[in-house]
Write a protein that binds this ligand. Structure first.
Ligand code: ADP
Ligand code: MG
Length: 244
């Protein structure tokens, strides 16, 4: 089982959107996917709520909510009621859950982390072998990113075999913005192969889809966003990008 945390201590960079679309994209590609919503605010849970259909499930999967073919969601408690962000997380239980999901044939575990490295954020890193860091191409991007990469180094030292950088993913890219273009070029120079080839363009279809509780794969399959996230699925599964 591959396990990937979507993490960045900055909010609004596309963690949840990427978690949800990577999860659904992998499921469409035939992989069995479990998405854990570790953000007490429960955005990923809300973003998928209208896609629920009843599927049979058992064992550890019974703790999860079936969303659509091949996709299960562990909802955030915060989606149903207000949760104190300082509330504890039972990491041992989550690790047990991850193990039994693997035993039940889940191919990919995706974890949507909160925009802070609090207990929930650290739990996400402890659960996952790999970390995908979404970043918005704006002036301070590199600064925030260095901080996040430092956090990952600490996690790798503390939890061997966990928290390896799968890649940095540029999201919310508006190609008409000259500054954004410079920032992306800068990121590529600084990060080299640590940066994924896929970039996620800014597309209002994502905001609309989320407001209907759907992904763009369902809501608008021919949108720019669906194309970008389809490419991301391909890159994380096979490596490299066909769009270059
Ligand atoms: P995070 O989880 O990092 O806080 P979100 O995924 O919730 O970030 O994204 C923040 C906001 O930006 C949401 O309203 C989301 O719908 C919107 N958004 C995310 N990615 C894109 C994109 N590529 N184009 C347009 N809007 C986007
Ligand atoms: Mg989020």
């Amino acid at each position: 089982m591959r396990s990937v945390a979507l993490a960045n201590q900055k909010g609004g960079v596309g963690k949840t959107t990427t978690a949800v679309h990577l999860a659904h994209g992998l499921a469409i590609a035939g992989r069995r996917v479990a998405l854990l919503d570790l953000d007490p605010q429960g955005n990923a849970t809300v973003a998928l709520q209208e896609m629920a259909v009843d599927l049979e499930s058992d064992g550890a999967l019974a703790l999860l909510r079936p969303v659509t073919d091949n996709l299960w969601l562990l909802p955030s408690p915060g989606a149903e009621r207000a949760v104190d962000r300082f509330a504890g997380v039972d990491v041992t239980k989550l690790l047990q859950l991850a193990r039994s999901l693997e035993e039940q044939g889940i191919d990919w575990l995706l974890v949507d982390c909160p925009p802070r490295m609090d207990q929930w954020g650290w739990a996400g890193l402890q659960l996952c072998g790999e970390v995908l860091v979404p970043v918005q191409p704006e002036f301070f991007a590199m600064h925030g990113l260095s901080q996040m990469l430092g956090t990952l180094e600490t996690a790798q030292a503390q939890f061997p075999g966990k928290g390896l950088l799968l890649g940095v993913l540029v999201t919310l890219w508006d190609q008409r913005e000259p500054v954004a273009k410079d920032v992306v070029a800068d990121l590529r120079r600084n990060l080299g192969p640590k940066m994924l080839e896929t970039v996620i363009l800014r597309d209002s279809a994502l905001v609309e889809a989320a407001s209907y509780g759907k992904t763009v794969f369902e809501y608008r399959p021919y949108s720019k966003a669906a194309l970008c996230y389809g490419e991301l699925v391909r890159e994380v599964v096979h490596g490299g990008s066909s769009l270059g």
